[in-house]
Design a protein around this ligand. Structure first.
Ligand code: NAD
Ligand code: TDX
Length: 339
């Protein structure tokens, strides 16, 4: 099969490309990425010369370019990972989120309609459900939990999900949607909580925790997410949504302390900074459906995954040191007012 993976130079997309080439050597992966600040071609270096891999630098909003690619490659499956993905950036500048996350999704699906497709898979997020109260540990997000978004990012992702459902109902497009909780692992851009804290702790810089650090996220190792998407896009029921999560809820402050412990850094590096506007309190996924229908379960325990992740950042300093220079420094100064 020919599989287009958009956003494959980013965090989850690149891990997915590696997983697909390993797990399905018979398939061909065409990676589409416009290489924004979050996309990094050096990540894909190990597979650049793989006979079943092609990289195409292309913006998913570029209709002409996308149609030309579909004509050339005749994809069987499109897995759309391409997105603006950072909540804080969406609060500063929503427009680019609306373009890529909504318009880009519609361009890809128009191409699928025009050229035909076996499956269009939309990689979505648990953030479309909004948040849960901190004092109700009995509540979880189910696939039929109403959409109730907080940030421009989550609203753009929810809008895309609604469009995907509309293309299924109106045009009969064979779609599926997955909504996953927070991922961690290798190649995550160090603006996100875990890699940011690792990079700062290694440099003995302050660790900026929003508010009291009591907000809760449900963490999943990236390869487990990739395995779930692989199953859904190949075997999941057309027209369905699948939640993906590992029942691994943690308070932000506990994650930051754990990273300090692993790196033997003092908690005095922790600095409580102004809270994120509209900060979602708790995310918690109920993954019963994907387990029951497709047999998926997370395989990586957090205690192992976080060790592997920290070790990866220790072993691959040049990867993240390169990308946190330049434009990122300006963003960081604006966010936290210091270097
Ligand atoms: P990321 O920011 O690391 O990577 C996004 C990639 O998309 C980058 O390589 C970027 O260059 C590319 N891209 C952005 N705009 C593009 C455009 N217009 N055309 C082509 N390529 C473009 O993001 P990520 O964390 O890997 O997230 C991937 C997907 O998974 C996103 O759709 C995100 O919403 C979703 N998701 C992420 C998480 C998480 O914890 N990171 C959790 C659930 C869902
Ligand atoms: O410096 C920080 N300090 C801090 O306290 C950063 C960057 C984050 N935080 C907090 C905010 C959140 O409660 O940590 C938590 C995690 O923050 P992020 O890493 O920015 O992730 P989050 O906002 O939860 O969104 C992530 O998971 C869902 C991804 O970025 C999204 O793309 C995905 O959809």
């Amino acid at each position: 099969m020919n599989i287009i993976v958009t956003g494959g130079a980013g965090f989850i997309g690149s891990n997915f490309v590696f997983y697909e080439l390993k797990a399905h050597p018979e398939d061909r992966i065409i990676c589409v990425d416009s290489l924004t600040y979050a996309g990094n071609l050096s990540t894909l270096e190990p597979v650049m010369n793989h006979p079943n891999f092609r990289f195409v630098k292309l913006d998913i909003c570029d209709r002409e370019g996308v149609y030309k690619l579909f004509e050339e490659e005749k994809p069987d499956i499109v897995a759309n990972f391409a997105a603006e993905s950072h909540v804080d950036r969406s609060i500063e500048n929503p427009t680019v989120f609306l373009n890529t996350n909504i318009i880009g999704t519609s361009v890809l699906m128009d191409a699928c309609r025009k050229y035909g497709i076996r499956r269009y898979h939309q990689v979505s997020t648990d953030e479309v459900y909004g948040d849960l109260p901190l004092d109700r540990p009995d509540l979880f997000f189910h696939e039929d939990t109403p959409i109730h978004t907080s940030s421009p990012y989550s609203t753009s992702k929810a809008s895309a999900d609604l469009l995907v459902n509309a293309y299924h109902r109106t045009y009969g497009l064979p779609v599926s949607i997955s909504r996953c909780s927070n991922n961690y692992g290798p190649y995550q851009f160090p603006e996100k909580l875990i890699p940011l804290m690792i990079a700062n702790a290694l440099a003995d810089k302050p660790l900026p925790v929003y508010g009291e650090g009591l907000n809760v996220r449900d963490w999943l190792y990236v390869e487990d997410h990739c395995k779930a998407i692989d199953l859904i896009m190949r075997k999941g029921t057309v027209g369905e949504v699948y939640n993906i999560g590992g029942h691994n809820e943690m308070k932000n402050i506990d994650i930051v302390k754990l990273i300090c412990d692993y790196l033997d850094k003092p908690y005095s590096l922790i600095e409580h900074v102004t809270d994120r506007k509209g900060h979602d309190r708790r995310y918690a996924i109920d993954p019963t459906k994907i387990h029951g229908e497709l047999g998926w379960l997370p395989e990586t325990m957090f205690k192992d995954g976080i060790k592997m992740t920290i070790q990866w950042y220790l072993d691959n300093k040049s990867w993240w040191e390169n990308i946190i220079s330049g434009e990122y420094q300006n963003y960081y100064k604006e966010m936290y007012g210091k270097k």
